[in-house]
Design a protein around this ligand. Structure first.
Ligand SMILES: [Zn+2]
Ligand SMILES: [Zn+2]
Length: 253
């Protein structure tokens, strides 16, 4: 069993709220500096920059999972991680069809750049990505599962855009693969939230919108093989001794 460091919540220049330093090679080199082994790219309601990140990561030792941070009709954020690029594209199409047609105003909300692996801008996303789509959080979770993906309730401790803030509690039978707590919590505050998570795995991630955020918050997992979507999915379930280390453990690497 080996330990690997993961950051499963990272935005790129496609998210209007992200800084323009969140380019593809830049994110990968920052992850290398911070010894992060596996990341998930999770732009708001889109996976269009995942391919650039995938390409930029080639040979770097950083594994990239394609994902989206989907905003539900109730304004709940769910991290939806997909097993591969093809599934991410198909899932993205499902999300895109449910996005309200309001256009982005770059001067007001920020740019939404689609880039290649060398940071060349290949497109600008016209529809505003930070909007609730026409699907509930529970429907998004269900749809993610049907694509073979993993769903994680994002930043459940935050007063807005979180499952708990909007709906009050996480039902015991809700089939999410993990819950995320935001990094700002102290260890004892995190323990309070652990109760709300039920028996689910708890992760901590950077929700990076600028390069310096990467490496500030992360989760260490014990895996049997090299970091991958498959190993991650088994670790979240605790299969064969794989496990998610408690992210507030001081001794955690
Ligand atoms: Zn969020
Ligand atoms: Zn986010």
């Amino acid at each position: 069993m080996d330990l690997y460091r993961m950051d499963l919540h990272i935005h790129t220049v496609l998210s209007p709220c992200a800084e323009l330093d969140m380019g593809a090679p830049d994110i990968i080199s920052r992850c290398r500096e911070e010894d992060i082994d596996l990341i998930a790219i999770t732009d708001h309601n889109s996976a269009l920059n995942c391919e650039a990140l995938n390409r930029a990561s080639t040979g770097s030792g950083v594994e990239v999972i394609c994902g989206l941070e989907v905003q539900s009709s109730e304004d709940i954020h769910v991290l939806c991680l997909m097993p591969d690029l093809e599934k991410a594209r198909a899932f993205e199409e499902w999300v895109r069809k449910r996005l309200p047609p309001y256009r982005n105003i770059p001067d007001k909300f920020g740019d939404q750049f689609v880039i290649d692996e060398d940071n060349h801008v290949i497109d600008e996303y016209e529809i505003l990505l930070v909007q609730g789509i026409d699907a509930t959080a529970d429907e998004i979770i269900e749809k993610t599962r049907s694509f073979g993906g993993l769903s994680i309730l994002a930043h459940i401790d935050r007063p807005a855009y979180s499952y708990v803030a909007v709906l009050g509690m996480i039902p015991e039978n809700l089939e999410v693969d993990a819950v995320e707590l935001s990094g700002r919590l102290t260890g004892s505050e995190a323990l309070f939230w652990l109760e709300k998570a039920g028996k689910r795995s708890v992760i901590r991630s950077s929700d990076a919108h600028t390069l310096k955020d990467i490496g500030q918050e992360r989760t260490t997992m014990a895996l049997l093989g090299k970091p991958s979507f498959h190993e991650l999915s088994l670790a979240l379930k605790g299969v064969d001794g794989r496990k998610v280390l408690w992210p507030w453990d001081r001794n955690s690497p």
